[in-house]
Write a protein that binds this ligand. Sequence first.
Ligand code: ASP
Length: 280
Amino acid sequence: MKLIIHGGFFSESSTNHETKVAKQNALERIVKESYAFLKTHTAVETVVYAVSLLEDDALFNAGIGSQIQGDGKIRMSAALMDGETQKMSGVINIEEVKNPIQVAEVLMQEEDRVLGGSGATNYARQHGFEKFSTEIPQRRSEYEAKLESAGLGTVGCVALDNNGKLAAATSTGGKGFEIPGRISDSATVAGNYANSICGVSLTGVGEDIVSNATAAKIVTRVTDGFPLKDAFAKTFDELLPYDGFAGAIAIDCDGNVFHQDSHPSMVFASFDGKHLEVFS
Ligand code: ASP
């Protein structure tokens, strides 16, 4: 069993030491709690569990603490991918739900598995997700001051369960100040992808991640025989011509765990029951 989570990017220039320590502590707590859950649950159930905990923590830009868009509203996106069935489900630009990843989980049973905008929000209401404001005062002041927020903080998780099954989940509040209607990479196969060989979750600038088809490329390369490290190296090299800004976490079916980022640094934690690694 293996588990890796990320909490987006850490910006040295706009985040203080206390926030860094708080993120380290939050990631350590969540990776350990989620690992305990993985012992008795599938990879799919566990990635939803881990991402829900990350969405509930206002330190990260997903669920509670999501960034505010150009028109003053919060719209969130999340995706779930089951590596065994190779089915993906997701919500794009959903409003006022506490845990977008849980709406994606319910959608996994549907024939129409990716919903956007008011369709996603209406579907959530019809399936018992109450109206919930994920806005926190810090994001409102950042928005009002038209400040860049304290670093991007999308969240994600990849898990390998007891039965060797992989799953990936990613959730985001977007990049902040975007034009309403912008589509994040998080609920696309560029930002979140898995099959029976490899699972990947991304953070970074959605436009760069989509342009590079990053998660799908890494998974395909590993499936075709590349070691994780080489699949990451080649895929990240392909971001260089346009200075692409991305970070990714992954696990393969042999239990290899990997992470890499471009120029900024991604906050992450991994745990396998013995070894804990937390970004420093
Ligand atoms: N990938 C997200 C987006 O572009 C942002 C992030 O990772 O923080 O919407």
